[in-house]
Design a protein around this ligand. Structure first.
Ligand code: G4P
Length: 196
């Protein structure tokens, strides 16, 4: 697949009709991604991700709780591969795990994410799926966890990327294939400006 950006139009139209801008460059899509979910749209998004990563060998899908789980599980279903989600709270039942720190720009604090060593295996090719790409800190945390397990990220898919934050540039410069179904260039003055 090429690196050229092509918006996924059904999603773009849905954002146009239901998305809302909040202060601080936040896009609210609570009616179909972050609170109420639209399973039919989500399945269409998953099919689009599978299409965009069709040339990759994928052993597993990884995401981070909680909003990444819905698209990730549908991608895993289509690929017939397992889906693992990194946890933001260390479960009391988990001893042997990989752990790293993630800085949340929106919350202005760091939190730790972890994944059991059982679920990241050496030499696996792992596809990362998440809802938003902003500063890329969650993605960097996932890269750390996957590297700690000796596995490899073979691509990264986001439902929405905000190009006015630096995550997309950082991840592409690191050499990752980043596929964002819709890219937003600005969220100023309560107006959503989509990348052309
Ligand atoms: P980053 O991972 O790209 O650096 O993002 P950042 O720290 O800025 O964002 C932290 C959280 O906010 C993430 O969710 C991310 O998905 C979400 N987020 C970032 N920008 C937007 C936005 O414009 N709209 C919405 N709705 N969410 C945004 P999280 O804290 O991990 O929460 P969740 O996955 O449990 O929902």
């Amino acid at each position: 697949m090429s690196d050229a950006y092509e918006p996924y139009m059904p999603l773009l139209n849905r954002i146009k009709s239901e998305g809302k801008c909040l202060d601080g460059g936040i896009l609210k899509v609570d009616s179909f991604v972050n609170h109420q979910l639209d399973p039919l749209l989500m399945m269409d998004l998953a099919k689009e991700f599978v299409k965009r990563f069709a040339d990759k060998h994928i052993d597993k899908v990884i995401t981070i709780e909680s909003s990444g789980i819905a698209p990730a599980i549908l991608v895993g279903l289509l690929l017939k591969k397992p889906v693992v989600f990194a946890k933001k709270k260390k479960p009391s039942t988990m001893n042997d795990m990989y752990e790293t720190e993630v800085f949340s720009f929106t919350k202005n604090r760091s939190y730790s994410v972890c994944c059991s060593k059982e679920f990241i295996n050496k030499d696996e090719n792992i596809l990362f799926i998440d809802d938003f790409l902003a500063n890329g800190n969650a993605a960097k945390g996932i890269i750390d966890l996957v590297n700690l397990g000796g596995a490899k990220i073979c691509g990264m898919g986001f439902i929405v990327e905000k190009s006015f934050q630096k995550g997309g540039t950082i991840l592409r410069n690191l050499g990752y294939q980043v596929e964002s179904l819709v890219i937003i260039d600005a969220l100023d003055d309560c107006k959503i400006t989509f990348k052309a």
